[in-house]
Design a protein around this ligand. Structure first.
Ligand SMILES: Cc1cc2nc3c(=O)[nH]c(=O)nc-3n(C[C@H](O)[C@H](O)[C@H](O)COP(=O)(O)OP(=O)(O)OC[C@H]3O[C@@H](n4cnc5c(N)ncnc54)[C@H](O)[C@@H]3O)c2cc1C
Length: 326
């Protein structure tokens, strides 16, 4: 079993930025555990090819003083940037390891994958994001149409189909713009107007408005099978048949996962201080998993302030291996 000064769970922007900050501060004994077979798995999986990665996202206009930063660029350029950080700072990432347990032993934590102990660490940083648990609607999705209802963007985008996109955020807007002109696109949003879409996406929607039918102020009551298609029943009594339905409702805090780790949750959010420290001493949350609404730059910023605090509070004398008491 590995003995680490800092173990980071999740190799997304937050986890990688935390490792970079530690390495930049001279802390060597750091490793990331990532459940997927590659880094930034959320971005690879959920961002369409060529997607613009906005520096300022969802109105979070923060500037990070940390090592990691970026300007608006494409998904592919962003992934190359992260690969450079990993390479330049020699970040160790252990792939295909899903961490789901944490056990305190004296002055360190045992990190577990199932019942299997993977590492012992003095400080633990949880940076697992929220997109493994996409938000789902409250009504059931009938079995017969499950293959026509999506909670993430599939590798092969539909063509010449009648598509309903549900949601009013940037993800819904971007998907509508990508499919506009290629499919007959409808967008259903429960509010009468968009209110949290960034300016670029609003402009892009405006440019494509002739190719998108907006169902603003609509709520869906349920979905029904309809001859190799999906009948959508709206609250106002209107029904319409679509070939496929895409829900873009965002992710949700992995409450059970965190509670299993021993992290206290209050009002559906983890209880943390301003530096991300949880009720468990030396266990920190950073990135999307720590907040209600996150972004990449926010993840970079949080990694920076958390690591500064971690070093000041716990690692000042630990620029080399810790002395273990086991
Ligand atoms: C479609 C879409 C478009 C977006 N566009 C933008 C944009 O333009 N600009 C912007 O700033 N933000 C954007 N975002 C938000 C942005 O992607 C997130 O804020 C950012 O990825 C958060 O980083 P993170 O490291 O906290 O989490 P994530 O990126 O979700 O990374 C978490 C990592 O942890 C791993 N993991 C999860 N559970 C475990 C476990 N138990 N054990 C080990 N590893 C685990 C995951 O596989 C993943 O690699 C977008 C999000 C979506 C879904």
């Amino acid at each position: 079993m590995r003995r680490l000064l800092v173990a980071i769970i999740g190799a997304g922007p937050a986890g990688i930025a935390a490792a970079v900050e530690l390495k930049a501060a001279g802390i060597k004994d750091v490793a990331i555990f990532e459940k997927a077979g590659h880094f930034c798995s959320t971005i690879r999986r959920l961002y369409p090819e060529g997607k613009r990665v906005d520096k300022y996202y969802k109105g979070i206009n923060i500037n990070s003083k940390g090592v990691c930063s970026f300007e608006t660029e494409t998904k592919e350029q962003f992934l190359e940037r992260m690969a450079r950080y990993i390479n330049d700072y020699q970040i160790e990432i252990n792939y295909n390891i899903e961490i789901n347990g944490l056990e305190r032993r004296e002055n360190f934590y045992i990190i577990k994958a199932g019942t299997y102990p993977v590492a012992e660490a003095y400080v633990v940083i949880i940076a697992t994001g929220v997109f493994d648990r996409p938000k789902k609607p409250p009504y059931p999705i009938p079995e017969e149409i499950k293959n026509r209802v999506f909670f993430e963007i599939p590798k092969e985008l539909p063509e010449d189909e009648k598509i309903l996109i549900v949601g009013g955020g940037n993800t819904a807007a971007e998907l509508a713009c990508i499919l506009a002109g290629k499919c007959d696109v409808y967008l259903s949003y429960r509010r009468p107007e968009f209110f949290r879409i960034n300016e670029e996406n609003l402009k892009e929607l405006e440019q494509r408005k002739d190719y998108i039918t907006f169902f603003m102020g609509t709520e869906i009551k349920g979905l029904e099978p309809a001859n190799d298609a999906v009948r959508v029943v709206f609250n106002n009594g209107h029904t319409e048949v679509f070939s496929k339905v895409f829900y873009c409702l965002g992710g949700s805090t992995p409450k059970n996962f965190l509670e299993k780790m021993g992290v206290r949750i209050k009002d559906s959010l983890p209880e943390i201080d301003e530096f991300g420290e949880t009720n468990l001493e030396r266990v920190f949350l950073i990135g999307d998993v720590a907040v209600k609404r996150g972004s990449i730059l926010y993840a970079f910023h949080m990694a920076h302030i958390s690591i500064r605090k971690i070093i000041e509070k716990y690692l000042k004398n630990f620029t080399q291996q810790p002395v273990w008491k086991s």
